[in-house]
Design a protein around this ligand. Structure first.
Ligand SMILES: Nc1ncnc2c1ncn2[C@@H]1O[C@H](COP(=O)(O)OP(=O)(O)OP(=O)(O)O)[C@@H](O)[C@H]1O
Ligand code: SF4
Ligand SMILES: [Mg+2]
Length: 335
């Protein structure tokens, strides 16, 4: 990527204090996001995958400023140059709020059941100053049409929709302020497989129509592969591999990424393995991550250095970065 990124994240951490006792003393921290670096370029889709609890949603919420970072920086390009989100002027802050939107896994939980779809989609427009009733109606109807619904759906309430339709409403709401980046946190995980494909196709269509960037979070590597230009693999608060989607799939260099790949359903059921059979044990506690490489207690390639020294992301092939002491000496994939 040669263009300037739309968003740049450096050494980002988000720790949650663990408090105990009557005085609620802080006795430790859950290191949900622990030193993440990444960039999102205009018009690209960056997929993020990793096991449950590895910090994907915390990263999403921190990027959209729903949570404050514990440390590190988030910069955004609003007026041609990258500016730190923490020092934006009030006008630029409003612009940032408009430019970065989120779509949640479960739209029903994110919507007020007593609001009509019209009001759900119109709310961000009203907050950002659009008051004219005719203009609001026109814009809401346009947005509904964009996501494959109809103006008549505006009168209905969330309970009257299927999961897929409701996710379309969530996407319409996210589009209302003409954002540049949409953070989609597992937007299809709660949907039936047939509906998942429809929503993924819709997101692909909208990306081209509105020149959007996406940060697309999923458990399922196949879903991420389908939609992403680049993929970042997250493990226990850190990114352990990041690169172009086709490189990651053709030649995964991190043992954890390989385990995720091997867990993908094989075409023949007898060859199907679950992630639990391929990865020893559960994700460690993010309050006390293992020393050295965080993946070492579960890694079949671990050696002494892995137990003491933290591997940093190193560029291997073009724009493909891996944090593993032994990624250069692993046998070609698949083994
Ligand atoms: N508000 C919070 N307070 C304390 N701990 C939290 C909070 N939010 C998240 N965590 C912890 O941070 C870690 C990362 O959680 P997060 O929800 O970001 O993971 P995730 O990768 O999105 O998981 P999933 O795939 O299940 O959605 C977990 O250990 C979680 O329990
Ligand atoms: S650094 Fe060592 S333990 Fe970590 S993934 Fe690489 S080989 Fe495995
Ligand atoms: Mg999550």
């Amino acid at each position: 990527m040669t263009a300037a990124p739309f968003l740049r994240v450096q050494n980002l951490t988000r720790w949650y204090p663990i408090r105990r006792g009557v005085l609620r003393r802080t006795v430790g921290h859950i290191k949900a996001v622990d030193g993440v670096n990444l960039e999102i370029y205009p018009g690209e889709t960056l997929g993020i995958v990793g096991e449950s609890g590895c910090g994907k949603s915390t990263l999403a919420r921190t990027l959209i400023a729903l949570e404050e970072p514990t440390s590190g920086s988030i910069e955004v390009q609003l007026n041609g140059t990258l500016e730190s989100v923490s020092t934006l002027t009030p006008d630029s802050w409003k612009d940032f709020r408009r430019s970065v939107q989120i779509v949640f896994q479960n739209p029903k939980e994110a919507m007020n059941p007593r609001m009509s779809v019209f009001d759900i989609i119109a709310e961000p427009l009203r907050i950002h100053g659009l008051r004219d009733v005719d203009e609001l109606r026109k814009r809401v109807y346009e947005l509904l049409t964009c996501v494959g619904l109809q103006p008549m759906h505006a009168r209905r309430f969330p309970d009257a929709f299927s999961g897929g339709q409701l996710q379309r409403v969530g996407i319409a709401r996210a589009l209302a302020l003409k954002p540049r980046l949409i953070i989609a946190d597992e937007p299809v995980s709660a949907l039936d497989v047939s509906v998942q494909a429809q929503i993924l196709n819709l997101l692909g269509k909208l990306k081209h129509e509105f020149s959007l960037s996406y940060l697309f979070i999923a458990h399922n590597l196949n879903v991420v592969k389908y939609i992403s230009d680049r993929i970042a693999v997250m493990y226990l608060g850190k990114i352990v591999e990041i690169g172009p989607a086709e490189h990651i799939f053709a030649q995964p260099r991190h043992p954890y990424t390989r385990s995720l790949m091997e867990a993908l359903p094989a075409t023949h059921p007898s060859r199907r393995k679950t992630m639990r059979t391929l990865l020893q044990g559960d994700l460690p506690d993010p309050a006390s991550p293992p020393q050295g490489c965080r993946f070492h207690p579960r890694c079949r390639f671990a050696t002494d250095i892995c137990r003491t020294s933290v591997p940093v992301l190193q560029k291997s092939l073009d724009a493909h970065w891996t944090a593993c002491h032994h990624s250069d000496t692993l046998s070609p994939y698949p083994v």
